[in-house]
Unconditional design. Structure first.
Length: 291
């Protein structure tokens, strides 16, 4: 079996608030390496069914291997959760009891330098979840306009020095293309200086990852589809990792018809979980019921 690297965040909280039970139908729209899916499957199988969706074929392969003992009660689809209605119809998942979206990227993306997500390891400026997708981070930093770069750094990265970083990128690429993660990280550090444990390039890399994968657009397209796919009484759980995602989910839950918010404040990891898995520290879980 391929080595499993990802630790599912807020696992006990997901089970508590989504309440999977025997014979139910669930969708894990971001199955990753199968951590949440395995725990949900233990509760709903053998009579239930689970639709496991992921944009990343490598993660989906790991999930398939991890969950192979559950047999054909789990259906695997290499696609985006933004197409959840179509995928549910195609694979006969109707009146779904629960849907989970974990919007964090997996440890695989950080540890594998060739995927280009990490500013700590040298690799190509890629950042695609789906290796077949057209736009890469290299294309954005080497071809997009200064105005467009500043905009994504400011909005998606909430980077206060967005304009200065965009200007330095434009000046640099006139004579040297930015090809690797280290090229970009080093360039950002000439504008943003280190204060505390946060790397100066963190916000720029976040912004590029969001832009490359259209993460906020995917989420906005998926949310109403998730509600439509749920049965009455079905539960929708979303785990977010930064304020932009959480704001979208919070506002959607408050304004969308036929949704009842289960918990007023999002659930955060315990101190024990953060200590065991520091990458969980920014996770927030929101849950709503279709009425």
């Amino acid at each position: 079996m391929t080595k499993i690297q990802h630790i599912p965040v807020l696992l006990e909280e997901v089970l508590t608030y989504l309440q999977p039970e025997p014979n139910q139908v669930f969708i894990d729209g971001t199955v990753g390496q199968g951590g949440h899916a395995s725990a949900i499957a233990d509760r709903i199988l053998p009579g239930g069914r689970l639709l496991a969706i992921d944009r990343d074929p490598v993660n989906l392969k790991i999930a398939r291997e991890r969950l192979e003992t559950y047999g054909d009660r789990i259906v695997y689809v290499n696609d985006s959760y933004a197409n959840v209605t179509e995928l549910a119809d195609e694979h006969n998942f109707h009146s779904v009891n629960g849907i989970l979206l974990d919007l964090g990227y997996s440890s695989l993306h950080i540890e594998d330098a060739s995927r280009g997500f990490s500013f700590m390891k040298e690799g190509p400026l890629d950042m695609r979840y789906d290796p077949e997708a057209e736009v890469t981070a290299a294309e954005i930093v080497n071809e997009w306009s200064e105005e467009s770069l500043a905009k994504i750094f400011r909005i998606y990265g909430e980077e206060v020095r967005a304009a200065q970083i965009a200007r330095v990128i434009i000046d640099t690429r006139r004579h040297t293309a930015l090809e690797t993660t280290i090229d970009l990280a080093n360039l950002v550090t000439t504008v943003v200086h280190a204060y505390g444990p946060i790397h100066p390039a963190t916000k720029v890399f976040q912004a590029l990852r969001i832009a490359v994968n259209d993460e906020l657009g995917e989420l906005e397209r998926a949310l109403p589809q998730c509600v439509d796919t749920l049965a009455i009484g079905g539960r929708l759980g979303i785990i977010t990792f930064h304020s932009l995602e959480d704001r979208i989910v919070k506002n959607f839950f408050k304004s969308y018809p036929n949704l009842e918010v289960v918990i007023k404040r999002p659930v955060a990891p315990s101190r024990e979980e953060i200590k065991a898995n520091p990458r969980s520290r920014s996770a927030k879980l929101r849950v709503a019921i279709k009425t």
